[in-house]
Ligand binder design. Structure first.
Ligand code: SF4
Length: 421
């Protein structure tokens, strides 16, 4: 690879790492020639295909020139950084080159907006089209769609890309106006709605005509930045819920705001809010796979997730009246709500109990985390734990262990004796 391309790759892979749809990018682990593998391969990250396979992708921007000035973005026009742009052919060559060397199985391509939305989108589409048509490339392609790009271009993008995504970035129109004033919600939601329309149309036509061309078979996704604006977890999760239901999104990705800008409109933080991001992902998981609705997880009175415990445990502690659940008779939906029981173990429980009454040892073997579940279940009417602890006591025991709680109680009792004495 010549030096000019290497330099571009360095700049444009680095700028792409803030998009979290490919979660392993940005790793810093180097190989000092004593070990095997190297996580520092420029622009190489991992993502998941529709059937759950993990694939390595070349993740780059077409350019980090941008006419917009979004406060939270490293690529914003007012940021004094080195700029670069690939040509369409350079991205195609790099992809094919890396693919042939077995470095990657696909491409994740995004871009700053140069000139205007259509001009940029047209180039992204050309990369995908060339790969598919001229090189018969069958690897995975994820294209970002540019807010404001025309319906025709987005339609064409879906013919070549496996997945399309439109980043919402900020959870409300008001925050968008403050931090990304050149953007607006309708420009972002319109392409999302067009993609959804095309996806549904392609599905319907496929039923009638086998030869109907596929359209973005891995669906669409988006990214929300957490912590750059004032919205609470309730507002963020409500928006995600609307996006899943209204636009049939495959995934909403959450990205803790990385403090890369000293713009006075942004909050002063020193590290990305990783724990909050993680709790929001867990809540999102509960909505998609565990049958929870947003209001059960967070509401107007408790708008933010408890950072100390996962949201499923939080719900169970607020709703002790549903527990204990008898594992041998409760319905699947309720078993799924027991802390320490995942989707796999809930399914195993329901299928195994048709043949025998289950006990705690069976549950342990099925992967149930009894350390958490024991406060919320009975097996054949027996309990592993006293059921009369209040929610705070259970939380302490789960967080610090029974031993730690006992020693705290002992200390408190000794303090009490001292005070009485
Ligand atoms: S339009 Fe995209 S690339 Fe440009 S500044 Fe805004 S977020 Fe960054």
């Amino acid at each position: 690879m010549d030096d000019r391309i290497t330099e571009k790759l360095k700049i444009l892979a680095d700028a792409a790492k803030y998009d979290v749809s490919c979660s392993s990018s940005g790793g810093k682990r180097k190989n000092d020639n004593k070990g095997l593998g190297n996580a520092e391969g420029m622009g190489i990250c991992h993502s998941y295909t529709e059937d759950g396979r993990c694939v390595s992708l070349l993740k780059i921007l077409l350019t980090n020139f941008c006419i917009y000035d979004c406060a939270y973005c490293v690529t914003r026009k007012s940021n004094d950084i080195k700029r670069a742009a690939f040509t369409v052919q350079e991205v195609v060559d790099l992809t094919i080159n890396f693919y042939r060397r077995n470095y990657i199985e696909g491409l994740f391509l995004s871009s700053g907006i140069f000139k205007d939305a259509d001009y940029t989108m047209e180039r992204l589409v050309r990369v995908a089209k060339k790969l598919r048509k001229e090189h018969k490339f069958n690897g995975y392609i994820h294209l970002k769609t540019i807010p404001g790009a025309s319906e025709e271009l987005i339609k064409e993008a879906g013919l070549y890309a496996d997945r399309l995504s439109v980043n919402i970035e900020l959870p409300s129109e008001k925050s968008l106006q403050q931090l990304a004033p050149e953007k607006n919600y309708s420009e972002i939601l319109l392409p999302m709605s067009n993609i959804q329309k095309q996806l549904m149309q392609a599905q319907e036509e496929k039923k009638l005509f086998k030869a109907t061309p596929i359209f973005a078979p891995a669906g669409q996704s988006t990214q929300l930045i957490v912590g750059a604006s004032v919205e609470n977890d309730h507002q963020i999760l409500q928006l995600s819920d609307q996006l899943y239901k209204g636009y049939n999104l495959k995934r909403v990705y959450y990205s803790g705001y990385v403090p890369i800008s000293n713009d006075s409109r942004l909050p002063v933080i020193h590290e990305p809010p990783i724990i909050r991001e993680n709790r929001i992902y867990q809540a999102d998981w509960l909505m998609r796979f565990y049958g929870f609705n947003v209001q059960e997880i967070v509401d107007e009175q408790n708008p933010n997730l408890d950072l100390q415990i996962d949201p499923k445990l939080g719900w169970a502690l607020r709703n002790r009246h549903f527990f204990p659940v008898e594992i041998n008779t409760a319905d699947y939906e309720m078993i799924l709500r027991v802390p320490g029981v995942g989707v796999k173990s809930a399914k195993k429980i329901v299928s195994a109990r048709r043949f025998a009454q289950l006990n705690f040892e069976h549950l342990r073997q099925m992967g149930v985390v009894l350390k958490r579940a024991k406060y919320f279940i009975t097996c054949q009417s027996k309990s592993l734990q006293r059921q009369d602890f209040d929610s705070q006591a259970i939380k302490r025991r789960i967080l610090f262990g029974d031993g730690a709680v006992r020693s705290t109680l002992l200390t408190q009792q000794l303090d009490l004796f001292r005070q009485v004495g």
